[in-house]
Ligand binder design. Structure first.
Ligand code: NCD
Length: 331
């Protein structure tokens, strides 16, 4: 075992591991990073912080934003990177087990950031590595239809920034829309929203893809009121934030997505008229037709900022894992 017992953030595996205290600290670090980004001196300083560290990006499911924002987050801190994005280019094609492949990364690098199609696998690999003589922190960049904790962290950051002048995330009504059953972003986000008082959730989805029973049971346990709906337009006026998602048809077993009229879960330009003046519209991307492009110029469309917040949030996560938060915050 390495020094992970002393480290409040070592592996990043699932949203449930985050306390409110840690969320607050990440928020503060992210804001500090954004301020340092405004000057060459600040950026030069950041680039020297972790120039002695190396990261492996192992992304064997498609990714644009998570991959690139982690890559750029590493570059901001001076971390050197290597990557595998396709198992056909690794020795897994020669019959090597994924355990041996990932243990190999640990021989070379100081952190592994990974995206994998199998739910729960990132956790399993982290526990396996912890039994080896040279474990390194593992960051979950998306584990099948299950969890995407770093996306949830950047979503919380975006919500906090959006509601800064409106009393914070507390007391807000947040609608999660789309394929909630298989959407890892919304699942991970619900786990984090429990840290904010009086949040009310609306799960808007086609019946077949409503939020999983495990998440609903979690909401009941945590006293987070929720309602379910299949009518997007009717819930727009009462929502403070609307979080749109695409249909996750890569997880179809029998083409079940094809029979759904997903246009009922598209945010149409006309909905802007009934969206609250201080409301926010989010999307983890990639977008298909869930939000009309003509909506992008509305100041309540937050998704492009949300995307950029992903990079800052991931810098903050690395800062915390490598225990340089105090140094950065004291600048
Ligand atoms: C999401 C993902 O991969 O789960 N994208 C992302 O990381 N920003 C959402 C999706 O693929 O629909």
């Amino acid at each position: 075992m390495s020094g992970q017992e002393k480290n409040p953030l070592y592996h990043v595996l699932k949203s449930q591991q985050f306390s409110r205290e840690l969320l607050d600290e990440l928020y503060e670090i992210t804001n500090k990073i954004r301020r340092l980004n405004k000057s060459k001196e600040g950026l030069d300083y950041l680039r020297r912080m972790l120039s002695h560290k190396r990261a492996m990006l192992y992304f064997v499911q498609p990714s644009t934003r998570t991959f690139l924002s982690f890559l750029n987050a590493c570059q901001i801190l001076g971390i050197q990177t290597s990557e595998i994005r396709d198992t056909t280019t690794s020795s897994e094609v020669k019959g090597e087990s994924i355990y041996d492949t990932i243990r190999t990364f640990c021989s070379y690098v100081d952190v592994v950031i990974m995206r994998h199609p199998q739910a729960g696998f990132t956790e399993e690999i982290a526990h396996y590595l912890d039994q080896t003589p040279r474990p390194v922190p593992i960051i979950n960049g998306g584990s099948g239809p299950d969890q995407h904790p770093t996306q949830a962290l950047l979503d919380i950051y975006t919500l906090r920034e959006s509601f800064k002048e409106l009393g914070g995330i507390e007391d807000k009504t947040i609608a999660l829309v789309g394929d909630l059953k298989r959407g890892r972003t919304v699942r991970s986000l619900v786990y984090l929203l429990k840290h904010f008082e009086n949040v009310r959730l609306i799960f808007v989805a086609p019946k077949q893809f409503q939020m999983g029973e495990d998440i609903k049971a979690f909401c009941i346990r945590e006293n987070m009121p929720f309602t379910e709906s299949a009518d997007l337009e009717s819930i727009v006026p009462e929502s403070d934030a609307i979080y749109m998602t695409r249909i996750q048809d890569e997880y179809d077993a029998n083409g079940e997505s094809k029979i759904i009229d997903y246009t009922a879960f598209h945010f149409k330009h006309d909905f802007l008229k009934i969206l609250k003046p201080g409301g926010v519209l989010m999307h983890p991307f990639p977008r298909r037709l869930e939000i009309d492009i003509s909506v992008d110029s509305d100041p309540r469309a937050m998704y492009w900022r949300q995307e950029r917040n992903g990079m800052w949030t991931r810098v903050a996560i690395l800062v915390k894992i490598f225990q340089i938060a105090e140094k950065i915050l004291s600048l």
